[in-house]
Design a protein around this ligand. Structure first.
Ligand SMILES: Cc1ncc(COP(=O)(O)O)c(C=O)c1O
Length: 369
């Protein structure tokens, strides 16, 4: 849809693009300055697993934000959270292995699993359940072939987070299936609108620590998607295998990006709260418009920067086409395993966002935008 929106724009048509999956902010100034300074020095290769300063900064940030401690040998650094996840799956999956993926999901998970020759097992989670995986649904999906269970909170595209109790319920199920690993993708942990601290399954179930890969990075929190720095915390044997895969595909993530990531993690964190507040204002403005439509039901997201309304029609592909023709690009829910929904990104300025939402509501309800 983003590509089609760009084509329409090239033809001179005005298209509001609500498909974006990345922050519309610049990186923190101290990160950009650290990169500028580093780029003028001779920078060679780094260890496949990144510079020690980055592993240390990532560990300290996790201690600071989520009160979880890991050793240096328990951190894997890659070209974004995406590569760490791919490396982990590639290092552990074989033909016929199964990976449980709650839907709606980030579209990359099932494709990565298939690329590794394994089988994605999709577990639908309804809007009524707040798009959260329930413990009994997890239990029903587990088999002796289950190698990984994916948890992503705040979720892309749902924005849903998990309560302590739900995570405890999921952990109870996971204890009964000791051969399954848990991939906790926490890349949006800093973009949340609720009260209180982020809760990771690694905090709720410390006894499962040796089975959890907790993934994070600078992309979303620090608006550094293009810098390609992410990491995972997990058992040292898994980290060793992830690093082995890393070293034979792209060696390491860019040295200058690693240095900028250290600065982002160690510098002032004020920008995180400021940006959350901006996202919250955008979310509320968009919700206020979308909720005027009789044809949309929109759950308020707890985090991330997406709205995921349910359409009155089940044909989300046709709906997204209609909205594009009317001037607003969105992503159909089918791309995330949730037909009948639409993903709207609010990683864009409020005026543009409101205009896009008005186009959608006007198109659905037959009223002028
Ligand atoms: C849920 C989720 N995980 C991981 C990523 C990838 O993050 P990175 O840029 O660090 O590879 C994204 C990016 O869209 C995402 O939405």
């Amino acid at each position: 849809m983003a590509r089609r929106a760009a084509e329409y724009r090239a033809q001179g048509r005005r298209i509001i693009d609500l498909t974006l999956g990345e922050p519309d902010f610049a990186p923190p100034v101290h990160a950009a300055l650290a990169a500028q300074e580093a780029a003028a020095r001779p920078l060679g290769y780094t260890p496949a697993n990144g510079i020690p300063e980055l592993r240390r900064a990532a560990r300290h940030a996790l201690e600071r934000d989520r009160a979880l401690s890991y050793t240096d040998a328990e951190v894997a650094v890659g070209c974004g959270a995406k590569q760490v996840i791919f490396n982990a799956l590639f290092a552990t999956l074989g033909p016929g292995d199964e990976v449980i993926i709650p839907a709606p999901y980030w579209a990359s998970y099932p494709d990565m699993v298939r690329l590794c020759g394994a089988v994605p097992v999709i577990v639908p989670c309804s809007a009524e359940s707040g798009f959260r995986l329930a413990p009994d649904a997890l239990e029903a999906a587990m088999t002796e072939r289950t190698r990984w269970v994916v948890l992503n909170a705040p979720g892309n595209p749902s924005g849903a987070t998990y309560s302590h109790d739900t995570l405890a319920g999921l952990a109870e199920v996971l204890r009964r299936h000791p051969s399954a690993m848990i991939l906790s993708d926490e890349i949006y942990a800093h973009i949340r609108y609720g009260e209180g601290e982020y809760i990771s399954i690694a905090q709720v179930a410390p006894d499962l620590r040796e089975r959890i890969l907790l993934v994070d990075g600078v992309s979303k929190a620090y608006a550094m998607t293009g810098w390609r720095v992410g990491w995972g915390f997990g058992p040292s044997e898994l980290v060793r295998r992830i690093t082995a895969v890393q070293s034979q595909n792209c060696t390491q993530t860019a040295t200058v990006s690693q240095i900028a990531a250290v600065a982002a993690l160690e510098g002032s964190q004020e920008v995180l709260a400021e940006r959350c507040e901006t996202y919250r204002r955008r979310r509320d403005a968009a919700l206020a418009i979308l909720r005027q439509s009789r044809h949309l039901e929109t759950v308020e997201p707890d985090g991330a920067f997406y709205l995921f309304p349910r359409l009155a029609t089940s044909d989300d592909l046709a709906a997204a086409d209609t909205f594009l023709e009317a001037g607003c690009a969105t992503v159909p829910g089918s791309a995330f395993g949730a037909p009948g929904h639409l993903r709207l990104s609010f990683a864009t300025d409020i005026a543009t966002l409101e205009e896009g939402c008005r186009i959608i509501v006007a198109t659905l309800d037959g009223i002028p935008a």
